[in-house]
Ligand binder design. Structure first.
Ligand code: PA5
Ligand code: NI
Length: 182
């Protein structure tokens, strides 16, 4: 059964929507984020991990504007850890964001400035408010593509460096068939 979500079809039709910027990340571009280096080295570096369709109506850094994006995260694991997005804080610390689930199953992993990490289940229709100062990353815990939408301020910016250097304080891994933070 196909559920048609207008915003999703806007991003997926042949034109991909006017003004939509598509970006993609391969496993090779996610080097260092997974714990199990042996398992990672067995996987092809050019395998697609996720794609992001972004609608950026304002110039980056414009205060007061809103950006919209849809991420399609493919299913898979590296050892017992699920495929996941790179994850980031916002450059402007106090900028918030909404994520909401469109299709598939996953978990939104969140970490505050004190490095407390928690997770929220993502599913079609789930809504997630990410307050400023909270790093965010999504893992696909299912067997099909996980799609979610995001809306964030056009002056938020992405700070990948801290997560690339220090990671989150917990990892989402599969234990006895279910996702657990470790
Ligand atoms: O703005 C966001 O938070 C999202 O659109 C993400 O950029 C997207 O999900 C990809 O994740 P990341 O930017 O952490 O690679
Ligand atoms: Ni963000």
């Amino acid at each position: 059964k196909k559920i048609v979500i207008p915003s999703l079809s806007f991003f997926q039709d042949e034109l991909k929507g006017e003004g939509v910027v598509k970006s993609r990340r391969t496993l090779g571009e996610l080097a260092g984020i997974f714990e199990n280096q042996d398992a990672y080295s067995q996987l092809p570096l050019d395998q697609l991990a996720y794609e992001v369709y972004s609608y950026l109506p304002e110039r980056e850094g414009t205060p007061g504007g809103l950006y919209f994006g849809i991420t399609q995260l493919y299913p898979g694991k590296v050892g017992d850890e699920y495929f996941m997005t790179k994850g980031h804080f916002h450059q402007q610390e106090d900028r918030s964001e909404y994520y909401w689930g469109l299709e598939g199953e996953g978990m939104l992993i969140l970490m505050d400035r004190e490095r407390n990490t928690w997770a929220e289940r993502m599913m079609p229709g789930s809504l997630h408010y990410i307050p400023g100062g909270v790093a965010h990353r999504v893992a696909n815990t299912g067997n099909s593509v996980l799609s979610f939408a995001a809306c964030w301020p056009s002056d938020a910016g992405h700070n990948y460096e801290e997560i690339a250097n220090k990671g989150f304080s917990a990892r989402l891994v599969e234990v006895d068939g279910t996702p657990k933070l470790r």
